[in-house]
Design a binder for this molecule. Structure first.
Ligand code: NI
Length: 168
């Protein structure tokens, strides 16, 4: 947090390029090493509209429904309905902290796999949350900017026992 790249709108990525495949490999390594639920290219210093995410027995996020491993290139989000819900988030670019963040409950996302195959999914709950968090990174937004009540933002260690489980 504080690095200029994390405040910038990232550039469109070129599907099917060797550079994109190398970027995704680096992102995979970083996400898995740090037990993240997701990662956006600007977080490893690359201005490109690429995010990855996965939720499978993640020790940083117990109590949440699984999300399939996904590489999403040049994503476009369409929020479905007005309903929002609050949930605790963390971010590998904001280490040691958690905050209660409102997100739309349902959305449709479209984009491409690295080889150019279209992706089109309608999701809700934690899956919708992680997509909103990661795509925010591509638009230069970090989750603390979305927190409505800053009394619900703090150090993970200090918040132990105060964080309710994720909604699903
Ligand atoms: Ni993040």
């Amino acid at each position: 947090m504080g690095h200029p790249l994390l405040r910038q709108v990232a550039a469109p990525a070129v599907v099917g390029s060797p550079e994109l495949n190398a970027l995704v490999a680096d992102m995979d390594d970083t996400m898995r090493d740090l037990s993240g639920a997701g990662l956006a290219a600007p977080q490893i210093g690359v201005s490109a509209r690429v995010v990855i995410f996965e939720m499978k027995d993640n020790p940083r996020y117990p109590h949440v429904a699984p999300v399939p491993y996904t590489v999403l290139v040049n994503p476009v989000l369409t929020m479905l309905g007005e309903e929002q819900e609050e949930g605790w988030e963390g971010c590998l670019s904001v280490p040691g902290l958690r905050g209660l963040v409102p997100r739309y409950r349902r959305l449709r996302y479209r984009g491409f796999t690295p080889d150019g195959t279209p992706i089109d999914r309608t999701v809700e709950g934690f899956h919708a949350r992680v997509v909103q968090h990661e795509v925010d990174h591509l638009d230069g937004i970090l989750y603390p900017q979305r927190i409505r009540d800053l009394s619900r933002f703090g150090f993970e260690d200090a918040l132990t026992g105060q964080m309710t489980p994720m909604p699903d």
